[in-house]
Each structure stands twice: as structure tokens, then as C-alpha cells.
Design a protein around this ligand. Structure first.
Ligand SMILES: Cc1cc2nc3c(=O)[nH]c(=O)nc-3n(C[C@H](O)[C@H](O)[C@H](O)COP(=O)(O)OP(=O)(O)OC[C@H]3O[C@@H](n4cnc5c(N)ncnc54)[C@H](O)[C@@H]3O)c2cc1C
Length: 373
């Protein structure tokens, strides 16, 4: 029996599944991919995200599979300046773990708790029918309809089920990533290299593989060649070129965009929205995964000790309010940062100014990565 259907086995959907299962609900997660896929993502989990993983009971398991703490970020900018930004909040550091590993650990935990994750099940449509949600899914050549009183939509940044309309254009901000070995930084190191038209971040995992991930702005001109985007960043950024001088690429470039950024939750009278389906923040805020992982703890807080039952209007507005209070200021900060980084002449001196002023940096980090717990 399904109490809750969850669309998407990213960190938002799996976090929701774990928390609701722990509250006693029958949960089924529907995911279109056959297994946790590689993603276009920097894969840095900020300290707040690590505290959500702790609340979900996953930290030991993640350490067992090689997740390593990230305590600081080295930031460099094109004029040769650099600074170290501390990332530890209270006694908690950030975390470096490849996305497929994170999602495999979470999906296994959902299954171990008695929930179901259906891989290779693409949801085509969802609609209210009486008190239930009815979901139409395609799995191979089979079509099925499932229904349940709860529907959590966690289908990511281009959500087709949240009810919002994502404008597809060819111009805007694009994300990309690729894996290298032999990058000159140790496991758990995070470095962020700002260029004229975006940035490149390097995060080294426990096994020595480095995720090289960038954000770049493009107009309406022809196809984007990610190799050339990285090559141009290497020419522009001495700090980045130095770290990558002996590195070897070990997988293919992946790219996505234009990214449909938002400053607020996309709210409607529809299902519960989670993660990027609720709002797409700026990647260099380093909190998208954390926001997604926060879904389960936010649902638990909105349940306020009661069992899952059928979600009432009061429950939905409690969840939405919690979400807005926690994330809206940061979504705005991300928009302001993106505006600034599209103006390198302003951004470069301002960034230097901020990272050299510990008090200002602490204030900005406390908005960006949540209050200390
Ligand atoms: C370039 C870039 C770098 C980033 N770097 C970082 C970073 O370093 N740290 C950080 O915290 N955040 C980062 N982010 C943001 C982060 O990747 C997202 O915020 C996070 O993945 C959101 O998780 P989610 O679970 O909401 O969505 P997703 O991870 O996108 O998961 C959604 C899932 O839903 C599935 N799905 C979609 N439609 C359907 C359907 N119809 N039926 C079934 N399944 C469906 C998808 O296959 C997917 O598995 C970055 C983003 C970009 C673009």
C-alpha cells in the first residue's frame, strides 16, 4: 500500500522517503534512471547538508564508503589573488562524496527501512483524483497508474510535474563537469577559481578522483564545446592551471543548461515540492544538495510528532513556511552573487574585499549555509 509517492531519486526525493518511512508511512520512490546516474554537480555538501545526513542516520554509512570532510575552500580569481574560506560550522565540516555514491547509500537506506525505490520508472503525469494523487508511469514497455494520498515532487531543476513552466532558451548560465585524476590537491580539498565568465570548482574525493565542475554564461551562438570552456579557464586562471598541470581526464564532459534559476519557492496548490523542483538556486552557493537533503527533516518538523495520515492544508502550509523561512534569503543572496559575477570588474575587487574581512565573511556564510546548529 502506498501512503506516499515520490517522484525522483535525487537527494530531495530520497531524503523525503527516509523521513516519511521513519514516521511510519508506506513510501514508493519513482525514478526514471535505471540506477543512480552521474550528475552535472560540484558534489560539495555544505555543513548544514552534513547535519541533515546525520539526522537521517546516514553519516556512518557514508564514511564507510569513503566520504571525506571538507573544512575550507581555496578561492582564486583572475588577477592572481587568492584566499582561504573556512567552511566548518560549529563542529561540523562539509562533505565530499560522489553523487552516485550518495544516492546509492540513501536508496539502500530507504529499502532497508522498508520503503521501495523503483528504478527505470518515468512518471508521465500526475493528477488529483478525489482525495488521492494518481500517477501515470512508464517502466520499459509497461504503463501503470499508482495512487496515494501524498505526492512529493522531487524531479529536479527542469521539473515537469511541479506545475511551473520552465522557459527553454539557448542562452544563459550553463553547468558542466568532468572527472580527473592527478589533480594537485588532496582528498577533501575544495578550490574555486573565478574566471571572467563564470568559475571552475575542484573537489577531490576520498579515492583521489577530482570532480571538475564549472558554471559559464553563453549567448545564442553555436554548440558549446566543454573541452574548450575548460581550456579557456586554464589559460585565464593560473591557480587552476597549476593544480591541473599533471591531471588526466577519466570520464566524459557533461553539460546542462540554461539553468532555470529562481529566487523563491515555486508554490502552487499542487503536490509537495522538494529540492530543485521547489526552487533552483545558484550552484556557487554550494547549498543545492543541502536544500534537497533538508526535505526529510523539514517534513518531519512539519509533521510535528503526528503520524503521516493524509496531508492536511495546515501541514502543507507548515512545510512551505518552514521551507521559505529557511531558504528564501539564501536564494536572494545567490541571485545577487550571480548578478555580481556577471560583472567581473565589480566582482573581482569585491570578492577580494569580502574574503579578507572575517566578520563580513562570517555573516555571508551564515546566510549562505544556514544558521549554526
Ligand atoms: C553546475 C552545477 C554545480 C552544482 N554544484 C553543487 C554543489 O557543489 N553543491 C551543492 O550543494 N549543489 C550543487 N548544485 C545543485 C545540485 O546539483 C542540486 O540542487 C541538487 O541535485 C538538487 O537535488 P534534487 O533531488 O532536487 O534534484 P536532482 O538531483 O536533479 O534529482 C531529481 C531526480 O528526479 C528524476 N526525475 C526527473 N523527472 C522524472 C520523472 N518524470 N519521472 C521519474 N523520475 C524523474 C531525475 O532523473 C533525477 O534523478 C550544482 C548544480 C549545478 C548545475
Amino acid at each position: 500500500m502506498h501512503d506516499v509517492l515520490i517522484v525522483g531519486a535525487g537527494p530531495a526525493g530520497l531524503s523525503a522517503a527516509l523521513a516519511l518511512r521513519q514516521a511510519g508511512a508506506g513510501v514508493t520512490v519513482l525514478e526514471q534512471h535505471p540506477s543512480p546516474p552521474p550528475r552535472v554537480c560540484g558534489a560539495f555538501i555544505n555543513p548544514e547538508g552534513a547535519s541533515h545526513l546525520e539526522a537521517l542516520g546516514l553519516m556512518d554509512r557514508l564514511s564507510d564508503v569513503g566520504a571525506v570532510p571538507v573544512t575550507e575552500a581555496r578561492v582564486t580569481w583572475p588577477n592572481g589573488g587568492d584566499a582561504v574560506v573556512p567552511l566548518v560550522r560549529g563542529n561540523r565540516a562539509g562533505l565530499a562524496v560522489p553523487r552516485p555514491t550518495l544516492e546509492r547509500v540513501m536508496a539502500d537506506a530507504v529499502a532497508a527501512a522498508g520503503g521501495t525505490v523503483r528504478w527505470g520508472a518515468r512518471v508521465r503525469d500526475a493528477a488529483r483524483s478525489g482525495n488521492d494523487w494518481s500517477v501515470e508511469l512508464v517502466s520499459g514497455v509497461t504503463r501503470r497508474t499508482l495512487s496515494a494520498p501524498w505526492l512529493v515532487v522531487a524531479d529536479g531543476r527542469f521539473s515537469s510535474l511541479s506545475g511551473r513552466h520552465v522557459l527553454r532558451s539557448r542562452a544563459g548560465w550553463f553547468g558542466w563537469n568532468v572527472s580527473y585524476v592527478g589533480v594537485g590537491q588532496p582528498p577533501g580539498a575544495l578550490s574555486l577559481h573565478f574566471c571572467r565568465d563564470g568559475y571552475v570548482g575542484l573537489l577531490t574525493f576520498g579515492d583521489g578522483v577530482t570532480n571538475v565542475c564549472g558554471l559559464a554564461r553563453f549567448g545564442l551562438s553555436g554548440p558549446i564545446r566543454w573541452e574548450e570552456v575548460l581550456a579557456s579557464a586554464l589559460r585565464e586562471q593560473k591557480g587552476l592551471a597549476h593544480l591541473m598541470r599533471s591531471a588526466t581526464r577519466v570520464d566524459a564532459f557533461r553539460g546542462v543548461g540554461p539553468l532555470p534559476f529562481s529566487r523563491a519557492m515555486w508554490e502552487g496548490s499542487g503536490p509537495l515540492l522538494a529540492g530543485d523542483a521547489a526552487a533552483v538556486g545558484d550552484p556557487y552557493m554550494g547549498e543545492g544538495i543541502s536544500r534537497a537533503l533538508g526535505t526529510g527533516p523539514a517534513l518531519s518538523a512539519a509533521l510535528a510528532g503526528g503520524g503521516p495520515g493524509a496531508p492536511s492544508d495546515a501541514f502543507v502550509s507548515r512545510y512551505n513556511r518552514l521551507w521559505r523561512d529557511r531558504y528564501h534569503p539564501r536564494l536572494w543572496l545567490g541571485t545577487a552573487a550571480r548578478w555580481m559575477f556577471s560583472r567581473p570588474r565589480l566582482a573581482v575587487p569585491l570578492l577580494g574585499h569580502v574574503v579578507n574581512r572575517p566578520f563580513l565573511l562570517r555573516v555571508i556564510l551564515s546566510i549562505a549555509h544556514g544558521r549554526r546548529r
